[in-house]
Write a protein that binds this ligand. Structure first.
Ligand SMILES: Cc1cc2nc3c(=O)[nH]c(=O)nc-3n(C[C@H](O)[C@H](O)[C@H](O)COP(=O)(O)O)c2cc1C
Length: 380
């Protein structure tokens, strides 16, 4: 089977990936089935980086466990004529509410990295959010994609460079900016540390090349490694959010909001959307699962801007539950990276295909014709 997956990966870049979907072996019937294949194709250190999370990884586990605790209320005999999963966000039409979340350094998973991910997403007409730390130039990814791309932004301490990055994304045709606000510093990612992860040669954040580096800083013996250093001095604040929203011509979403207070403030600042996210458990361990944080955020936002969610989504029923509790759409992270590692663009397309199909089955069996019909009464 491994050989089989390898072949479909290499054909993917030269032809349309969808025919290759037929070659995916039947053993891969759910997105979780990709994990074992992905793992055997990556170095132990890269695996620790991608699959791992912060500290004891309690939030990582909770993200999925909280979805599994929710139960659906099945409704029968509904008229499903004209059923669809369509939605519109920021002026673009999408066939279904599943986006690829921004994930850094995708060449760790596959030699074509973000190009293969964008090809897989476009084949399935899904939106993709490209990371600031992509391992491929943002313009090259845009040239590959035929479905809308959003650009995920980490505000760099060098604000002039940040502004240029925004200009580049706008010129390349990206349709929205996603400002990630929950990671001014890296989480304490022990699994990654224990594995001794460092970026291998040939994989780097190419879109950040040329940026003025932070001044070298070594904390004096006994001093804080973080406080007082240059990293936090350059960390973004709400004033920077307002600065970005003013300078950007694109809608700006804030990613990494998990409380009603911050959601309210984001909307007050002019954010065009909110992504409820805890970075897949990679920043602050022991924060709640995103699906548990969602209702309070949705209530605070009260429909003024779209609320999206990521973290722990492994099934179409998880997507359904997120929509029922107030999300307009969802994003997936690790699942598509595992598909990418195992089978390149067709693997990414297949992950999207399975999740979409599972969402449609959930809608049919709960009697919901459109996304707007999915509400909290679908959950017990
Ligand atoms: C390996 C890896 C790298 C990531 N890199 C970024 C990034 O560059 N920017 C960002 O905003 N989020 C990043 N994330 C977080 C994802 O966008 C997303 O919030 C998370 O993966 C969702 O959880 P899931 O993996 O359970 O689907 C990364 C996640 C992973 C697993």
């Amino acid at each position: 089977m491994v050989q089989h997956l390898k072949r479909s990966a290499t054909t993917a870049m030269s032809s349309h990936p969808l025919p290759a979907l037929a070659q995916i072996p039947p053993q891969i019937a759910a997105v979780a089935d990709y994990e074992a294949f992905a793992r055997e194709r990556m170095s132990a250190a890269a695996w620790a980086y991608i699959s791992g999370a912060a500290a004891d990884e309690l939030t990582l586990a909770e993200n999925s466990a909280a979805f599994r605790r929710l139960r659906l209320r099945q409704r029968v005999l509904a008229d499903l004529d004209g059923a669809n999963t369509r939605l519109e966000l920021f002026g673009d039409a999408f066939e279904y509410p599943i986006f690829l979340a921004p994930v850094a350094y995708q060449k760790l998973a596959h030699p074509e990295g973000e190009l293969a991910a964008a090809l897989g997403a476009s084949a399935m007409r899904a939106g993709m959010v490209v990371s600031t730390q992509a391992s491929v130039a943002l313009e090259d990814i845009a040239a590959m994609a035929s479905a809308p791309l959003w650009f995920q932004l980490y505000l760099q301490p060098d604000r002039g460079f940040t502004q240029e990055l925004v200009n580049r994304a706008e010129s390349a045709g990206y349709r929205a900016l996603v400002l990630t606000v929950d990671a001014p510093v890296n989480g304490v990612r022990n699994r990654e540390q224990r594995a001794g992860f460092v970026l291998p040669a040939g994989v780097d954040a190419v879109n950040l090349r040329g940026m003025r580096p932070l001044p070298a800083y070594t904390a004096q013996a006994g001093a804080s490694a973080l406080f007082g250093g240059p990293l936090l001095a350059g960390a973004p604040t709400w004033a920077d959010v307002r600065w970005l929203i003013q300078l950007a011509r694109l809608p700006v979403l804030l990613k990494g909001i998990t409380t009603a207070e911050d959601a309210q403030r984001a909307v007050d600042c002019g954010a065009a959307g909110i992504i409820v996210s805890n970075h897949g458990g990679r920043t602050l361990d022991t924060v709640p699962a995103t699906i548990e944080a969602l209702p309070a955020v949705a209530q605070a936002v009260d429909g003024r801007v779209p609320v999206l969610l990521d973290g722990g989504i492994r099934r179409g029923t998880d997507i359904f539950k997120a929509l029922a509790l107030g999300a307009a759409a969802t994003l997936v992270g690790r699942p598509y990276v595992y598909g990418l590692a195992a089978a390149g663009a067709p693997g990414v397309a297949h992950v999207l295909h399975m999740l979409r199909t599972e969402l449609e089955v959930a809608m049919a069996l709960t009697g919901r014709r459109t996304l707007k019909d999915i509400d909290a009464s679908a959950i017990c």
